[in-house]
Ligand binder design. Structure first.
Ligand code: DP6
Length: 351
């Protein structure tokens, strides 16, 4: 129980409609492994995306029996409603009014479901923001800063990576000695003045190598770290990578950034391969693309590199102001053929 986030028990509820939008994010140092109550096994850092978002409208009907109805792009989603009901029950101590009414929630993503882009991150981020708007209306004013912090705290309880989506730029979740104010309970923005300009304007193009359901959910994936014999070393390495990254970000060491980001992505997949049961989430196309990127970098020296989520799709990262046009042509001509249906989601970092 987190005392600082306990809700005000003096509240006045009424019918209310709120809407919020929240972007997704892509992790550079990955969160993979967690303890009870969504406490991460290691600190993580992500870039918040600009175009890939969830837009959510929440209608609250005061003093009706507690129930949740959800619609995704206009279609009723009963499974999602069950998940949200459970989530609301779980966070009652932080929002004491939350079970005192009926909800109708409409939500839509600006990116295709099949992209594997974390809709749970933007989805729970948007829901947490809506809840905090209702909390302001029912239980009194808070500062913008406190509101965001509590929204991040609540989003984390829905989906760990969601807590990072509440802030722009580079965002840290999980306690690390390298970032002042960092916490296992909520995310904090990485201080802008500590980030070299080359890292402030970045593209993320997501190549859809494989469209469709992921073969391992992140819940199952995190669980596999409990018995992975390499887990402790991995958690320690994430801490070490923060120390490296801090210097990289400050000095503008793009080469160091590329090396660290790709290493993190491959480590995530290596962890899955070393789990019991084992999972190989990369497809042939994923490997082909990685090799093509490495060849391209060796031949041209241009800073195109990748990160991966827990799936086959490849996030192509490249700065906006170092020959980005040449890189874009290479992607379109040489990498697009490895996608299943020609799919690419063109996004950039939101700063
Ligand atoms: C590989 O945040 O989806 O994207 O907390 O169980 O909802 P839950 O997991 P989730 O895990 C994200 C894992 C990752 C890495 C990352 O985003 O840091």
């Amino acid at each position: 129980m987190e005392k600082q986030f306990l809700g005000n028990i003096n509240f006045t509820i009424k019918n209310e409609t709120v809407s919020e939008s929240c972007p997704s994010n892509i992790a550079l140092i990955k969160y993979w492994g967690k303890y009870e109550n969504q406490i991460p096994a290691n600190p993580s850092i992500s870039y918040t995306l600009n175009n890939c978002k969830t837009n959510t409208g929440m209608e609250f009907f005061a003093n009706e029996a507690f129930s949740v109805q959800t619609f995704l792009a206009g279609n009723e989603e009963k499974k999602f409603a069950e998940k949200i009901e459970k989530y609301f029950k779980n966070i009652e101590q932080y929002l004491p009014w939350i079970l005192k009414g009926k909800y109708i929630i409409h939500t839509e993503n600006t990116f295709p479901h099949s992209s594997g882009i974390a809709s749970s991150a933007s989805g729970f981020g948007a829901i947490a923001k809506c809840l905090m708007k209702l909390d302001e209306a029912f239980a009194g004013e808070t500062t913008e800063e406190e509101l965001l912090k509590k929204a991040s705290f609540l989003a984390r309880l829905g989906s760990g990576s969601a807590c990072r989506s509440l802030y722009n730029g580079l965002v840290v979740w999980g306690n690390t000695k390298e970032v002042e104010g960092s916490s296992d309970l909520y995310a904090v923005a990485y201080p802008n003045e500590e980030i070299h300009s080359v890292f402030r304007s970045f593209n993320d193009w997501v190549l859809l190598i494989h469209e469709g359901e992921k073969s391992v959910s992140s819940t199952v994936g995190h669980g596999l770290m409990k018995t992975n014999p390499y887990a402790e070393r991995r958690f320690q390495e994430a801490h070490e990578n923060f120390t490296l990254l801090k210097n990289i970000l400050k000095t503008g060491d793009l080469e160091g950034f590329i090396k660290l980001t790709e290493h993190e992505a491959l480590t995530l997949h290596a962890m899955m391969m070393m789990s019991d049961p084992a999972f190989i989430l990369m497809k042939t196309g994923t490997l082909e693309v990685i090799n093509k990127i490495w060849d391209f970098r060796r031949i041209t020296g241009l800073p195109l590199f990748f990160t991966l989520d827990a799936g086959a799709n490849v996030h192509l990262l490249f700065p906006s102001d170092i020959e980005a046009d040449k890189i874009k042509i290479f992607i379109e001509q040489e990498l697009l053929p490895f996608t299943q249906k020609g799919g690419v989601v063109k996004d950039k970092m939101r700063f």
